[in-house]
Design a protein around this ligand. Structure first.
Ligand code: SF4
Ligand code: SF4
Length: 660
């Protein structure tokens, strides 16, 4: 082929690939433009850092070293090999031309050689995992398409290597051949005659066909994430992980008001990009407590289901926005059970390498089901009714809220009184549940022993609204948020200690949206500070203690060290297999404290993990975990004692006090 003919062929190839790619990319862009607003343009420095760490550094993927390395080899390989596409494009027209400067650099030739090898190793290892190990996390993924993509990538790299080798054999390489040992070794199979000249043309054109074919296929395939993942990470959440976006009930135009997600037309643009970014890797599914205990929910299949419906109905919606009526997401994209199985533990979000926010999708689906359709599990209805009528999900009279203080002389802050240094936010569980009340009493005793100026609100403390909110009843949540913020602002509260991680999360991360700006600490943080200041002096015992991280404390709020410091001061700590930010839920979050659990129980699975450590005590720092894990201990016949760290600390402090 002459150079002119080659140039024409190249233009035809680029135009075809460009048109196929461009049409699909345009459709996807228009779909995203249809999405409802989402504020994702703040905190640019943090977004830059996320790109550097999560995308370029592949940090989330390295949470599992083996698969992380495989993905990193392929991803970094694509970055390094990108300029070779330009070189091949130039070389396809004229075999004697190439990219100025870079084509003559030995170090670059070495990098290309190295990453060709690493990508091939990565592809082979990925095949090994998929075909031999066959992990459960790929169940339900598009496996055939993934195989095709892997073969395609291998084809791109192999043709590149062969092209380089044939050029070395023909003496067309501009860099010293010693810099590319792999291509150099392969070049030995080629001669210097016309056959190699012809093969050199075949390799470069095969390479370009594969590259541009890949580009055209990409936006039509599950590997769309190659284009969208970096975008999704950029627009990922920069505010607290445990915070839910509030609904705006003050919008005057009711048609502009969203009560969650009913159809694809209700999704935010970020939620749409979420669905387009899923790699179907199944990392979220692997860590999901609902999936692990045999429930219908798989966070991966949830996102894939939403994506399928978006792609099926999106073009019709674009064609006729006023006339086309999209079908409900529940039960078409996901079933009702899937929506209600979630405990909002956030393990999926923590694990997802492309910043997909599953919990927000699920809560938005719940918001629509609860507030518009009134469709939710019957047990949830009892809880919501109790919250609305009695101001707490236990349905107990508010006048009993401070009954746990009996004999402790705890100050109940009255209207008009000077605020204490620290307000102790007791929470509904520790106020009304017998087992959880022990935590409140222990916390109060320790604060008194350390001389902390504190008080409680007593009957003026209402449910934070967290269970109603996680259940989908945003309206009830906001009423309580406003009421509680008004009470605390009027009382002049500046600092709060909460012993419930759910209250802690709501007070610290969600009440600022309603004008409640306080310094909020968890009781384990305040107690650790008192220990460090020498205001509490425990005497360590000999018992072996394993500490269970609450999802809303560890994963949603990064409180990891404080409870461990307390445990290490009072006994011998033993870590469970899953701990810290990768903890396993107790099963109570997302309003599941009040719902029936189908199938095998999450709390029993967690108790089994605690038992495996050989500890005698299972320490907790959350009243929900106290109740759930204690139930798990009883139903499994475990010998573990479930005790809040505050109670363990009281015992250790009392050990040091003079007898009598
Ligand atoms: S938040 Fe937890 S329970 Fe819900 S989907 Fe994610 S991992 Fe599963
Ligand atoms: S949602 Fe995230 S973790 Fe789950 S399969 Fe998709 S990319 Fe993987």
């Amino acid at each position: 082929m002459t150079n002119a003919a080659s140039a024409l062929a190249l233009v035809a190839l680029l135009a075809t690939a460009g048109i196929v790619f461009g049409r699909r990319a345009l459709l996807l862009t228009r779909l995203v433009q249809l999405g409802k607003p989402s504020q994702r343009f703040d905190d640019v420095p943090r977004r830059v850092r996320n790109e550097a760490v999560v995308v370029l550094g592949q940090r989330k993927l390295f949470q599992r070293l083996g698969p992380g390395l495989i993905h990193a080899f392929i991803f970094w390989g694509f970055l390094v090999l990108f300029p070779t596409i330009v070189m091949a494009t130039i070389g396809a027209v004229d075999e004697n031309a190439s990219l100025p400067w870079l084509a003559s650099q030995g170090w670059f030739a070495f990098l290309v050689d190295l990453f060709c090898l690493l990508v091939l190793v990565g592809v082979a290892s990925a095949f090994w995992i998929r075909k031999v190990q066959r992990p459960e996390r790929f169940r339900g993924s598009h496996k055939g398409e993934a195989d095709l993509i892997l073969l395609w990538i291998a084809g791109i790299v192999l043709t590149l290597l062969l092209w380089h080798a044939s050029r070395i054999a023909l003496g067309l390489n501009e860099y010293p051949a010693g810099w590319s040992p792999l291509a150099n070794a392969i070049s030995n199979v080629f001669g210097t005659g016309s056959t190699t000249e012809a093969l050199e043309r075949v390799f470069v054109w095969a390479h370009l066909l594969l590259v541009f074919g890949f580009l055209a296929y990409l936006p039509h395939s599950k590997h769309l994430h190659i284009m969208t993942a970096a975008v999704n990470v950029w627009f990922g959440r920069t505010r607290a992980r445990g915070r839910l976006e509030p609904l705006d009930f003050t919008v005057e135009d009711e048609s502009a008001m969203r009560f969650g997600s009913s159809t694809i037309a209700d999704m935010t643009w970020k939620q749409m990009v979420d669905t387009m970014s899923c790699t179907e890797c199944g990392r979220c599914q692997d860590v999901c407590p609902a999936y692990a205990t045999g429930k219908e929910l798989s966070p991966k299949l949830l996102i894939m289901g939403l994506r399928d419906q978006l792609f099926a109905e999106g073009p019709n919606l674009l064609a006729d926005p006023a006339g086309f009526q999209p079908t409900p997401l529940v039960p078409n994209a996901v079933s009702d059970d899937v929506v209600w199985d979630c405990v909002t533990c956030g393990a999926c979000v923590q694990e997802c390498p492309v910043a997909i926010e599953h919990v927000d999708h699920i809560v938005d689906l719940r918001r629509h089901l609860v507030m518009v359709e009134g469709r939710f599990p019957a047990e949830g209805e009892t809880m919501l009714r109790d919250v609305e009528r009695s101001q707490n999900p236990w349905g107990k009279p508010q006048v009993e809220r401070a009954d746990w203080t009996g004999g402790l002389d705890v100050r109940v802050l009255q209207p008009g009184e000077a605020p204490p240094e620290v307000l102790y936010w007791v929470g509904c569980a520790a106020s009304f549940d017998e087992r959880a009340r022990t935590t409140a009493r222990s916390t109060a005793k320790l604060l008194q022993a350390a001389g902390v100026d504190f008080a409680i609100l007593g009957p003026r403390e209402c449910c934070t609204g967290d269970p109603a909110r996680r259940m989908g009843n945003e309206y009830t949540y906001q009423s309580y948020a406003e009421q509680n913020v008004a009470t605390m602002n009027e009382a002049g509260v500046k600092k709060i200690v909460a012993s419930c991680p759910h209250c802690f999360n709501t007070l610290a991360n969600e009440y600022p949206d309603f004008g409640g700006d306080y310094e909020v600490v968890h009781h384990t943080e305040l107690l650790t500070q008192l220990l460090r200041e020498g205001r509490l002096e425990p005497v360590a015992g000999t018992e072996e203690i394993t500490y269970h991280d609450s999802c809303y404390l560890a994963r949603h709020n990064d409180v990891l060290e404080a409870p461990r410091e307390i445990v290490s001061r009072i006994g011998k700590p033993l870590e469970m297999a899953r701990s810290g930010k990768r903890t396993f839920c107790c099963g109570a979050g997302g309003a599941h404290m009040w719902m029936e659990e189908r199938g095998s129980q999450i709390n029993e699975a967690r108790v089994a993990e605690a038992d495996a450590t050989g500890a005698s005590t299972l320490a907790v720092a959350c009243p929900y975990c106290t109740v759930m894990l204690d139930d798990g201990v009883r139903s499994t016949g475990s010998q573990l004692q479930v005790v809040d760290v505050a109670t363990l600390l009281v015992e250790a402090v009392e050990r040091g006090e003079p007898a009598g």
